[in-house]
Design a protein around this ligand. Sequence first.
Ligand code: AHG
Ligand code: MN
Ligand code: MN
Length: 340
Amino acid sequence: MVLASQKDATLMITVQQHILQEQQRFPGATGEFSWLLSGITMATKLIQAKIRQAGLIDILGVQGNVNVQGEVQQKLDVYSNDVLIQYLSSRESIGVLASEENEKPLLFHQDSMEAKYAVVFDPLDGSSNIDVNVSVGTTFSILRRPDDVGFDDTKPWVLQPGAQQIAAGYVVYGSSTILVYSVGNGVHGFTLDPAIGAYVLSHPNMRMPEQGRYYSVNEAYLSRFPTSYAEYIQRLRSGELGYPYASRYIGSMVADFHRTLLKGGVFLYPPTTEQPDGKLRLLYEANPVAFLAEQAGGRAFDGHGNILDIVPESIHQRTPLVVGSQVEMLDFERTVMKTG
Ligand code: AHG
Ligand code: MN
Ligand code: MN
């Protein structure tokens, strides 16, 4: 068998094969976990197909509903949410699904002892970018039902610190469609080969560079950030970390994080005067990218500590997010978090 770690592998490794290999790390694995993940890979293939058609058919534009965040839902948000729920809920190992687009978690297989996973997801991240043909994504986080917890209360299933994630990942729908995931054994990236309709291993054992050249933040809000954040951004610009940084900001967290993972640097969504907890959601945006960042050798903070240590209080709670390479994060820790 060709292993994912063999860089000169000539045989293609699909994500399905890779998951089966990874699964052997779980004692008593029955194949249910790979079946669960195949729900995500299948759904995201359908989502990417719909996104690729978006300019061709009458799918762009708003659905007319407002989601639980008070934002206008795009049609593709609704489609992506429906497809993920449809494919994941058919897996018997799923007990709870929680989505950005649903106010409350959904329960499945309440009579089954096999239902022991919760999946928390943002079905379409960066959806305001769809109308302008800019990359969007899907993020997901997988949690295990804690012992002695039933179906009468779903909170313990999903309100777990990110450090408890057993798997997390994202799909970025860009110039190609790339799935990046981790089960706590490194980070691996797969590119969808449209010719065969399979995600093929393209980025084994991804490591974030020690230091990058870009910072990524919505700089229009600079005067609304805490002073310490503005000073940190100024340090990056002025060459305090060795050279002056350039900026890149797409406005789709998945795409901005994907670049940061590959090229290094730092992505920030800081607190603002209007939104002291920032904009991004802890459970299905910050936690998956924090898990991947740490697995790839980077760090992720909320301005006070590690993102993965936050004990969530509610499903849609927001958090400031600063995620990136070792050098940038160490400097952030020293200059912004120094006062605790
Ligand atoms: P979503 O489309 O799921 O609501 O998320 C949008 C988010 C995120 O992708 C991005 O980082 C952020 O919004 C950009 O916000 P600003 O326009 O405030 O910079
Ligand atoms: Mn989002
Ligand atoms: Mn979204």
